[in-house]
Design a protein around this ligand. Structure first.
Ligand code: A3P
Length: 303
C-alpha cells in the first residue's frame, strides 16, 4: 500500500504490525470484567500511562517494567502480535488501544472492564506525532514541518478532522488512526459511565501524585506512601527514557531511527508553541472551538 498505510473501515493503519485479517478477527475479542483498558489517540502519553498502571500493579516495584517490554505488559489489541498475545492470555490484565470507538470489539460495551481514556492537547499530540513519524522508517515521513502543519484553513481543517477528501495532502490524514476529533468525540460518549475514567496528560503532568491517586481509586487499589514514591520515581520521564523496556529502543532500526530521535522526546506541555506559526495556531483555535463546542470545557484543561 502507498506510504506505508492501509485503510480499514475508513481509518488508516500502518502496514507494519497490522493486517486486515487481524483487524477483522479482533472485532470478536472478548474483554474480561477484570481487564484494565488504556485508550488514547496516538502520541497522547499512552506509554507513560501504561508504565504508571504497571507500577500501580506492582506497588512500585520496578522488576516487571525493567524485564518485560512495555508492549508485552499491556498488549495492543489491534496489532497482530498484541491480539495473538491477548487471545492466548488466561487471566485478566492490561490492554492498550488507539482504536476509535466505532472499530472497537463490541464485547467491551457489555463488560465491566475498567477503561481509562487519556486525552492530550491535540496541538501537542500533533507536534509529538510529527517528530515521531519523522523517525519512523515504516511509514512515509512528513517531508517538512510545513507540510505537516499546512498553513491554509482548508488543509488545517483536514488536519483536525481527518477528513481524507478535505486534504490535497493526504499525508496529513494518513496518520495512524485518523482523526483526533473523531477519536475524542466518539469515546466521550462513554463519559459518565462508572467504568470510564478520563485522564488528561496536562493534569497528569501538573500533579502526577494526585492523578495517580485518582487512578488508584478508580481501580480500587491503594498505595502506601513509600509505594507511591516508587511509582512516581519509576514512571518519571528520565527513568522511562533510560529504561530500554519502555523507551522503544528495543525496536529495530528499520522500524525506528533512534539516531535521530526517540519516543521519549520532550515530555512537556505546550511544546507545540515552538512549532506552530501564529496563523496555524489561529486556524487551529477556530476549528477547535467550533468542533468541540458541544463538549464541556473541563474536558480540555489546557484551553
Ligand atoms: P513528546 O513527543 O511531546 O515529548 P505515546 O506514548 O502516546 O506515543 O506519547 C508519546 C509522548 O508521551 C511523547 O511526547 C513522550 O515524550 C511523552 N511521554 C512518555 N513518557 C513520559 C513521561 N514519563 N512523562 C512525560 N511525558 C512522557
Amino acid at each position: 500500500m502507498s506510504d506505508g498505510y492501509m485503510w480499514f473501515e475508513g481509518v488508516p493503519f500502518p502496514v507494519v504490525g497490522y493486517t486486515l485479517e487481524h483487524l477483522k478477527a479482533m472485532h470478536n475479542f472478548v474483554f474480561k470484567d477484570e481487564d484494565v483498558l488504556i485508550l488514547s489517540f496516538p502520541k497522547s502519553g499512552t506509554n507513560w500511562l501504561i508504565e504508571i498502571l504497571c507500577l500501580i500493579h506492582s506497588k512500585g516495584d520496578p522488576t516487571w517494567i525493567q524485564s518485560v517490554p512495555i508492549w508485552e505488559r499491556s498488549p495492543w489489541v489491534e496489532t497482530m502480535n498484541g491480539y495473538e498475545a491477548l487471545k492466548g492470555r488466561e487471566g485478566p490484565g492490561h490492554v492498550s488501544s488507539h482504536l476509535p470507538i466505532q472499530l472497537f470489539p463490541k464485547s467491551l460495551f457489555q463488560s465491566k472492564t475498567k477503561v481509562i481514556y487519556l486525552i492530550r492537547n491535540p496541538r501537542d499530540t500533533l507536534a509529538s506525532g510529527y517528530f515521531f513519524w519523522s523517525i519512523s522508517n515504516f511509514v512515509k515521513k512528513p517531508e517538512s514541518l510545513e507540510q505537516y502543519f499546512v498553513g491554509s484553513p482548508k488543509e488545517m481543517e483536514a488536519l483536525v478532522t481527518g477528513g481524507r477528501a478535505c486534504s490535497a495532502r493526504a499525508l496529513l490524514t494518513e496518520v495512524a488512526f485518523g482523526s483526533w476529533l473523531e477519536h475524542v468525540c466518539g469515546w466521550m460518549s462513554m463519559r459518565g459511565k462508572e467504568n470510564f475514567l478520563i485522564v488528561s496528560y496536562e493534569e497528569l503532568k501538573q500533579d502526577t501524585r494526585n492523578m495517580i491517586q485518582k487512578i488508584c481509586q478508580f481501580l480500587g487499589r491503594t498505595l502506601e506512601p513509600e509505594e507511591m514514591h516508587l511509582v512516581l520515581k519509576n514512571s518519571s520521564f528520565q527513568v522511562m527514557k533510560e529504561n530500554k523496556m519502555s523507551n522503544y529502543s528495543l525496536l529495530p532500526n528499520w522500524l525506528l531511527d533512534e539516531k535521530n530521535g526517540s519516543l521519549m522526546r520532550r515530555g512537556t506541555t505546550g511544546d507545540w508553541k515552538n512549532h506552530f506559526t501564529v496563523a496555524q495556531a489561529e486556524v487551529f483555535d477556530k476549528i477547535f472551538q467550533e468542533k468541540m463546542a458541544g463538549l464541556p470545557r473541563e474536558l480540555f484543561p489546557w484551553e
